[in-house]
Design a protein around this ligand. Sequence first.
Ligand code: ATP
Length: 365
Amino acid sequence: MSLVISHLARRFGATPVLRGIELEVRQGELIALLGPSGSGKTTLLRIIAGLDWPDAGGLSFDGTDWLQRSAAERRIGFVFQHYALFPHMTVRDNIAFGLTVLPRASRPGKAQIAATVDRLLRFLQIDGLADRYPAELSGGQRQRVALGRAMAIEPRVLLLDEPFGALDAQVRRDLRRWLRGVHDSAGTTTIFVTHDQEEAFELADRVVVMNGGVIEQIGQPDEIYDHPATPFVARFLGLTVELPVTMRAGRAEAAGLDLSGLPRRAIPDGSATLFLRPADIQPVSDPAAPFRVTEIASTGALLRIVAQNDAGCWIEAEVPRRGGRDLRVGQRIGLRIVAGQIFPGGTVPAALPAATSRTLKETRS
Ligand SMILES: Nc1ncnc2c1ncn2[C@@H]1O[C@H](COP(=O)(O)OP(=O)(O)OP(=O)(O)O)[C@@H](O)[C@H]1O
């Protein structure tokens, strides 16, 4: 029983917002749609819910064409960032709502609805709140109730649009763990939208990275984190240092950098760009090296090391505080690169000397 999205396209006026989306979500999976603002995540979710319609493409569930089915017929549970619980109803009545408005033929009896709500209240660990009104709840408690309300109708697919977006960091973390537990025990198929990487990576079985209405990459969190498929995904996931390198027989080379730790890549000879995280750069004391430490700053557990070469270009590395204790401003260092992703072609301005680097921050400013 999977949800299959094929060649889906949607435009608003002349602006394409979804461009050929292909995605299959398996029964019981928890999928995160991750991407910057405006990448089309909510539009995709609304189309799945039956609240909006594509201009082209298909959407089916368990072999049934959902584009021929109304929102109600699809039996979707939807939780929004600011879920408007009914203020004049208790938590219990809010959760029961979806069941009480079902068509008479499929509506359970009163006693059955009460039993379902009781079960959900216990399951979601909010039974102590059953008789409160929404105004008497914290933001996190409200979102738990909102999820209860969405789950009461036993949805085929549960859709969550930035459900924890308005909550503070600690509550978000607690709710994430809680949601993962709820998802696993209930066995629902869940798709949630977020622009928070940490949330997507901690929660999801698979992450779908979107940008400008297309899917840039689909994969398990580790797979995407370690092997971003495109420069966009690399930058989005924090590989913010971009170095021009030259490929020779699958190996990257750049003067002043030790790239021998990187595995061989099937990339044609010629210019390429190495993307990496500041933590992937290890400074090594070397009096003959072209880089000199210009700045050492503490960010708490980490030291941020800025080094500049004789051509005046700089690179930023992050090392654990203990590992960087012997570094001094003015010292010459070699830079050993321990991980990174290489894409063919140069994305750093060609005017930069080949042996140098800048962080994206500088490149963009
Ligand atoms: N009803 C509409 N009419 C016109 N343009 C729209 C409409 N709905 C969305 N858009 C545009 O479509 C694009 C994608 O919007 P969408 O809400 O799907 O993005 P998103 O990735 O969910 O962004 P966010 O994280 O900010 O919610 C945006 O540029 C938005 O302005």
